[in-house]
Design a protein around this ligand. Structure first.
Ligand code: ADP
Ligand code: MG
Length: 226
């Protein structure tokens, strides 16, 4: 975790991030331009070219929308929310997709209210990002356990999967923007999640054993009663 924090602090300069985004968007743009140029030379583009153009456009769109989550200060509105409902909403959202992949969510939550000051949509985005990473690592299906409980001053949410796990040498790169091992990944999910959790004064820890699975731990401060 300290690692993840330190690295994201290193990246606080908006300029560095913007440069990264620009770089990532320029690649698909170059491809798109190349195809249009072919067409201009009256070369016939086939369905395969079309598919590539479409997926390059999708990629740009995905990068921009993930990035936008960070760039919306006016939308940030912290309210006292029960994280139990935020988590169960996200699980309902992903449930049908999980079912198709042979993945089952095992949700264990406390009976006590788990109130935190939250920007609900942002926090939802965090759990979507973490659960999606787990799902994407579980091509053979399996169980994702979500365990939410109160401990001391914090709400703790463990998300444990039975996926591929993360090789030790890759663990140190987590949270770096654009670090991905997926063909259609953006490598922005964890960085964005980390930023959101930081703005909630919480922490994100990721532990993983290659071949066994990954556990993400989100800790958020419990909202004090007025
Ligand atoms: P993306 O999902 O677009 O690749 P993320 O920032 O969400 O970007 O994740 C970065 C990388 O971290 C992933 O590409 C993957 O290699 C690794 N990773 C994250 N979570 C998991 C997980 N639960 N299981 C295995 N690998 C993971
Ligand atoms: Mg992801």
């Amino acid at each position: 975790m300290e690692e993840l924090l330190r690295r994201s602090e290193k990246l606080t300069t908006v300029g560095q991030l913007a440069a990264g985004v620009a770089h990532e968007i320029r690649n698909p743009l170059t491809t798109l331009r190349g195809f249009l140029q072919l067409q201009q030379q009256n070369q016939v583009l086939n369905m395969k070219h079309n598919d590539i153009m479409m997926s390059e456009l999708d990629r740009i769109n995905l990068i921009v929308s993930e990035f936008l989550i960070l760039a919306k200060p006016q939308a940030v509105h912290f309210q006292k929310k029960d994280v139990r409902y935020i988590v169960s909403d996200v699980i309902s959202l992903l449930d049908s997709q999980a079912h198709l992949l042979g993945i089952v969510f095992n949700l264990q939550v406390t009976d006590e209210p788990a109130l935190v000051y939250a920007e609900e949509n942002q926090l939802k985005q965090v759990f979507i990002n973490l659960l999606k990473n787990s799902m994407e690592a579980m091509s053979k299906g399996g169980i994702i356990t979500i365990h939410l409980f109160l401990e001391g001053e914090s709400v703790k949410i463990f998300i444990r999967d039975q996926g591929t796990g993360i090789p030790a040498e890759m663990l140190s790169k987590l949270g770096e923007p654009f670090f991905t091992n997926k063909e259609t990944g953006t490598g922005l999910g964890l960085m964005v999640s980390q930023r959101i959790i930081q703005s909630h004064k919480g922490t994100l820890d990721i532990e993983s054993t290659e071949g066994e699975g990954t556990t993400a731990l989100v800790q958020l401060p419990i909202a004090k009663p007025e």
